[in-house]
Design a protein around this ligand. Sequence first.
Ligand code: NAG
Ligand code: NAG
Ligand code: NAG
Ligand code: NAG
Length: 359
Amino acid sequence: MAKPLQIAILGAGIFVRTQYIPRLAELSDLFLIKAIWSRSEESAKGAVEIAREIFPDVECKWGDKGLDEIIQDSSIVAVAVVLAGQTQVDMSLRLLKAGKHVLQEKPAAACSSEAESALSSYNSTLNCTLGQPIWAVAENYRFEPAFVESKRLVTEIGDMMSVQVIVEGSMNSSNPYFSSSWRRNFTGGFILDMGVHFIAGLRMLVGCEVKSASAFTSHVDLTLPPPDNISSVFQLENGCSGIFVMVVSSSSPKIIWRVVGLKGTVQVERGTRDGLHGYSVSLYTTGGQSKSLFFPFSGVNEELKTFFSDVSQAIVENGGSCKADPRCSFVEGARDVAVLEAMLESGEREGAMVQVNKF
Ligand SMILES: *[C@@H]1O[C@H](CO)[C@@H](O)[C@H](O)[C@H]1NC(C)=O
Ligand SMILES: *[C@@H]1O[C@H](CO)[C@@H](O)[C@H](O)[C@H]1NC(C)=O
Ligand SMILES: *[C@@H]1O[C@H](CO)[C@@H](O)[C@H](O)[C@H]1NC(C)=O
Ligand SMILES: CC(=O)N[C@H]1CO[C@H](CO)[C@@H](O)[C@@H]1O
């Protein structure tokens, strides 16, 4: 049996404790968590305690010294970067330059100019003798079976006439991320941090890029960082237009994507069935016919499996041109950020039309 991959996790916050460790535990036949790092010893210890139930030998690392040890440990081939949005890109680049494969949490970057300079730094690792390390951004929506199926259905409904994305979120004080200090200090607030998922879903469904956007934003719920609501009109490269509405905190949560074509309509709606959270995908065709399927969430597992399989492949090929799944690529994550950035900029300029930066 091949030796399992050894990985490290940078970050030990709520998301690592409640999401990463349990999801990684389900895939523990694919790799071993060798170390968990955090800036502070206390936080690293808290996460390590949880991880030890499945990975008994996980080491606890903290501070600059702990980080150097991870970077210099050649047995650690891949690192998950799950830190504050403001620091992730610098950290990822540091690891990539040390030859580690990186899975970074979304958002890919704080803005498109940061993404642009990050990409050119990443390009400079191209000639590295070990081959270019993989830089993946964790965007589970691109792996959700509901979106994979809906993308296929959209190709069956003829010319696209209209697209609607309506997100009425539930980010109130009951949510564990409500008090997250980095999210509150992030330009674009929760609209950017959470919005990248909904834009990823939109881009996947329509299968082309958003070209330009115009938007109004406002700050109504003063317990949230600004802006907390946005209403945008956008145009796609295929000429079709659409709307993106996002309310960060509403009392009646609803999340829906709808693509209207000449021969039918595809709708994806977040919901639950038989106690499972997931998405209902419906296809409405001419003559009033419709069919509906429910897909429970599984995108996070799919995305993690894909990353580890890409890393194994890269190691086997040992420097050969490694073909990581493009759905994980940093550039895809950067494109999601660029769309929201254009909408937010338009909001600041009272609805002026803004072109989306291209990657
Ligand atoms: C990085 O390299 C790719 C492929 O060579 C190229 O298409 C892209 O423009 C480069 N990006 C930057 C920001 O230098
Ligand atoms: C927050 O939103 C959830 C979901 O809508 C709701 O169940 C909960 O009661 C809300 N909590 C507060 C404090 O408003
Ligand atoms: C918030 O962000 C600014 C600049 O982006 C930074 O100078 C400041 O230290 C941050 N504050 C906190 C509490 O993270
Ligand atoms: C989408 C949405 O709810 N937009 C609202 C944001 O808040 C302003 C008030 O400041 C409303 O006018 C918008 O309708």
